[in-house]
Design a protein around this ligand. Structure first.
Ligand SMILES: *Cc1c(COP(=O)(O)O)cnc(C)c1O
Length: 329
């Protein structure tokens, strides 16, 4: 067993995924001579609407339960996938959950907000304050609960922490096994970069496994240098938890592109807006506007221009719940 697998086998982990997520060929997207397009279905993680955050929550909530927490707090914009997936995971684990949003309480709950309501969590709407103010409010709430003798656990930075990133180090192990079984090698993997937790975990895991994959990180939000710095920070945190040093700096372990992010988080480019419908019509699989569509635009461009050939894999990180709020009538 690799040292990474040995470590992952002994660290606290809440069992949330029902098993490995499917890795399967795409039917029509990026199908061309010399290219074998695949999709890794991390939209199918078995809890709530599904998505990458479930992998992170296995380790974060594992830690929470090991610490004997009695209540989980998470914060985000109202359509936050992290918030909904945290609420769903807490339901599964029998933990109380409260969500903090920096928006007004809407008259009609749509998308992820509807799911949060069905999940029965307590939601705090702070009005249109900044993300920093929202997070500070959550920390104060946590402190209040602590003083009342409760044991709250705070999910910080959208789960993009060293502990959360272990979920994607574990995903690298899972994907390596699947590729071996399916006789796929080498493989270029296209992954999203928001806060950088997914990308950091994948890059770190891949490096510890001897780099079986070539990884292309498509930034959906920040300049490449900013995302790279976030990833380095998360990897340092992960190293401190595992004791396993990352063998090289991020820029030697992956390619980060910020060419497809347009105006940044939550702002469509013309190509990404089109991709949401195009991909559904080609594969019968739904993506959304904030993250997953931009990764696919990047992947298609790389394949079309010959920058990636052979086995190419799209990591679908979910976000299905938010799709229902991204279109008016
Ligand atoms: C949160 C999220 C991401 C990005 O994850 P980071 O770790 O913040 O980079 C990608 N896709 C979806 C659907 C997400 O909800």
């Amino acid at each position: 067993m690799e040292p990474l697998e040995e470590f992952l086998a002994k660290v606290p982990r809440a069992q949330l995924l029902p098993g490995p997520t499917p890795l399967h060929p795409m039917a029509r997207f990026c199908v061309q001579p010399g290219v074998q397009p695949l999709i890794k279905r991390d939209d199918m993680t078995g809890i709530g609407p599904g998505g990458n955050k479930i992998r992170s929550l296995e380790f974060l909530l594992g830690q929470a339960m090991a610490e004997g927490c009695d209540c989980v707090l998470a914060a985000g914009p109202e359509q936050s996938n992290l918030c909904t997936l945290t609420a769903a995971a807490c339901a599964r684990l029998g933990l109380a959950c409260e969500l903090v949003h920096n928006s007004n309480r809407p008259e009609q709950a749509r998308g992820n907000l509807l799911l949060n309501r069905l999940l029965g969590v307590r939601s705090h709407f702070l009005g249109p304050v900044s993300g920093e103010e929202r997070n500070a409010w959550m920390e104060e709430l946590s402190e209040q609960y602590r003083q009342q003798g409760r044991r709250p656990f705070v999910v910080r930075n959208g789960a993009s922490t060293g502990c959360g990133a272990l979920g994607y180090a574990a995903a690298a192990v899972e994907l390596q096994k699947q590729c071996r079984e399916m006789g796929i090698s080498p493989l270029t993997l296209f992954a999203p970069g928001g806060n950088g937790g997914v990308a950091a975990g994948l890059v770190y895991g891949n490096a510890l496994l001897g780099s079986p994959f070539r990884i292309v990180v498509v930034s959906v939000e920040d300049e490449a240098s900013v995302l790279e710095a976030h990833m380095e920070t998360v990897i340092r945190q992960a190293e401190a938890i595992t004791g396993l040093p990352c063998p090289a700096p991020v820029h030697q372990l992956c390619t980060i592109t910020d060419q497809y992010r347009g105006g940044g988080w939550g702002i469509n480019t013309p190509d990404s807006a089109e991709m949401v419908a195009a991909f559904a019509r080609m594969e019968g699989i739904f993506i959304e506007n904030v993250y997953t569509s931009k990764v696919l635009v990047g992947m298609e461009d790389w394949v079309r221009t010959g920058k990636a050939t052979g086995a190419v894999c799209y990591l679908h990180t979910g976000g299905f719940g938010s799709l229902f709020s991204q279109y008016e009538e």
